[in-house]
Design a protein around this ligand. Structure first.
Ligand code: SF4
Ligand code: SF4
Length: 394
C-alpha cells in the first residue's frame, strides 16, 4: 500500500469498535528449544530482503535484543527463520551480547550480528580503547567477527570524524574483525542527510514508526538508493499497547499491525522489535511478509487515538530549549517508557542513574512548566517528569 494511502486512511479513519481477542493459531516447534509443535503450518519468516549493498539477506522481521530474560528465546527466533540480531555493548550491561554468543555460537555462520558501542566522551577516546572494547564484545559474542559494528547514538555525523575512531574501525575492518560499519541514531533528520555524503555508514539503525518518521521517508529512500542498509527500531511507537486493554482485534494484534506498517515501506530492509519472550517471537514473526491491510490500519488508528497525548516521540527534542534548567526531558521520558511500557525496570533505573544530577527533573514541581507549553503534541510533560523521577529513583 502506498504511503499516501496509508496516511489518508489514518487521517480519515475514525475509531471503530474493534473485536475481542487475538487468535493465536499456531505454536511452532523447535528441537533446540524443546517447544512442542501444535498445528500444521508453523510460523516462520516469510520474507528476506537485501541489507543495502552489503550482500547480506535479512528477514523483514528481525530481532532486537535490548532486553530478554532467556537466551533460548533468541534460539527460538532463529528456529523460526530470524537470522539478524541487533545488540549493543550497553544492553543489559553487556549481558545481551553474552546471551547472543551463547545462543547462536553453533550457527554463527548462518546469522548476522550487529552490535553497537557508544562514545560519549569523544574527545578522550583513543584508538586502543575502542579496539579493546570491540574485542571484548567479540569475546562475549563468541565470534571472530562482528558483521555490522555500529557507533551507538549518533546525533551528528561530525562526531564520527574523530581520527582515533576512524583509525580504530579501519584497522578492525582490515583485520576482518568487522565486516561493515554503521551507526544508530535518534536524529535521523540530520544524520540520514549527512550519510548521503559520507561512506562510514553501510547500515543505519533509525527510529521509524506510524507515529514518527514519516517526515524522513524521502531521506530513507535516498539512503537506500545509495546502497545503505536501512534498519528500523522503536517501531511500536512507545509500546503502550500492554496498558491499553481495549486495543484488541480478532485479526491482528497491535504489534503485528505496527510491524506491517513499517515493513510496508520497501526502503526499509528490516525492523528489530525486541523479542523478550517466546510469545513475542511468535507474534512478531507471524507478521513477516504480511501486507498492511484494513484491520492493521484500523488498529494503528485506534492506538494513535489513545496515545497521541501520551507518547513522547523518541526522536523529538522540541521542548528542550524551553527548559531553564536544561533537564534532559526526552531521555528521562524515554527511560520512563522503558520502565513502564517495555518492562525493563532495572535497566531503566540504571540508565536514569547515569544522567547527570543537574539534568534530572528535580525542580520541576516548582517550575511554571515551560516545556509543557512547548510540546506540540499536548503531553502533560511536567507531571510526566515528576512521575518519571519517582519511579526511576531507587
Ligand atoms: S517543568 Fe520546568 S524545570 Fe521541569 S523540565 Fe519542564 S521547563 Fe524544565
Ligand atoms: S515532551 Fe513533547 S516536545 Fe518534548 S520531546 Fe517529548 S514529544 Fe517532544
Amino acid at each position: 500500500m502506498a504511503n499516501l494511502s496509508r496516511r489518508n486512511f489514518l487521517t480519515a479513519f475514525t475509531s471503530s469498535v474493534l473485536g475481542f481477542g487475538l487468535a493465536r493459531k499456531v505454536k511452532a516447534g523447535s528441537k533446540n528449544t524443546g517447544i512442542a509443535q501444535e498445528g500444521t503450518s508453523p510460523i516462520r519468516i516469510q520474507k528476506y530482503n537485501d541489507l543495502g549493498k552489503t550482500g547480506i539477506k535479512v528477514p523483514d522481521v528481525s530481532c532486537g535484543a535490548i532486553s530478554f530474560f532467556e537466551p533460548n528465546v533468541l534460539r527460538y527466533a532463529y528456529d523460526l527463520g530470524v537470522t539478524y540480531f541487533d545488540t549493543a555493548e550497553g544492553y543489559m550491561r553487556t549481558k545481551s551480547e553474552t546471551f547472543i554468543g551463547e545462543a547462536l555460537k553453533d550457527v554463527r555462520d548462518k546469522v548476522t550480528i550487529t552490535t553497537k558501542h557508544g562514545y560519549f566522551s569523544i574527545k578522550k577516546i583513543k584508538k586502543e580503547g575502542i579496539i579493546k572494547r570491540i574485542e571484548a564484545s567479540l569475546m562475549r559474542l563468541q565470534s571472530d567477527h562482528i558483521d555490522i559494528a555500529m557507533v551507538h547514538g549518533v546525533s551528528d555525523m561530525a562526531f564520527l570524524e574523530n581520527e582515533e575512531l576512524q583509525a580504530a574501525y579501519a584497522q578492525l575492518k582490515k583485520q576482518g574483525k568487522i565486516r561493515f560499519t554503521g551507526f544508530s541514531t535518534h536524529n535521523a533528520v540530520l544524520t540520514l542527510k549527512q550519510a548521503l555524503d559520507n561512506d562510514f555508514a553501510q547500515v543505519i539503525l533509525f527510529i521509524y514508526s506510524h507515529m514518527e518518521g514519516e517526515e524522513i521517508e524521502p531521506l530513507i529512500e535516498q539512503a537506500r538508493k545509495k546502497g545503505i542498509g536501512m534498519v528500523a527500531m522503536k517501531i511500536f511507537a512507545g509500546g503502550k499497547h500492554a496498558n491499553l486493554k481495549t486495543l484488541v482485534s480478532q485479526e491482528v494484534s497491535y504489534p503485528q499491525a505496527a510491524i506491517r506498517w513499517v515493513i510496508s515501506n520497501s526502503n526499509v530492509d528490516c525492523c528489530i522489535p525486541t523479542m523478550s519472550s517466546y510469545s513475542h517471537v511468535e507474534e512478531y514473526v507471524e507478521a513477516s511478509g504480511k501486507p498492511l491491510d484494513r484491520a492493521s490500519l484500523e488498529m494503528i488508528a485506534e492506538y494513535q487515538r489513545q496515545t497521541k497525548n501520551q507518547y513522547c516521540r523518541v526522536s523529538c527534542s522540541q521542548c528542550l530549549s524551553s527548559c531553564p534548567n536544561d533537564v534532559a526531558i526526552n531521555d528521562v521520558l524515554r527511560y520512563s517508557m522503558y520502565f513502564e511500557d517495555y518492562g525493563m525496570e532495572k535497566d531503566a533505573m540504571g540508565y536514569y542513574a547515569d544522567i547527570a544530577a543537574n539534568k534530572k527533573p528535580l525542580n520541576c514541581a516548582h517550575c511554571a512548566g515551560y516545556c509543557e507549553k512547548a510540546c506540540p503534541y499536548g503531553l502533560k510533560v511536567q507531571d510526566k517528569l515528576i512521575h518519571a523521577n519517582e519511579i526511576l529513583t531507587a
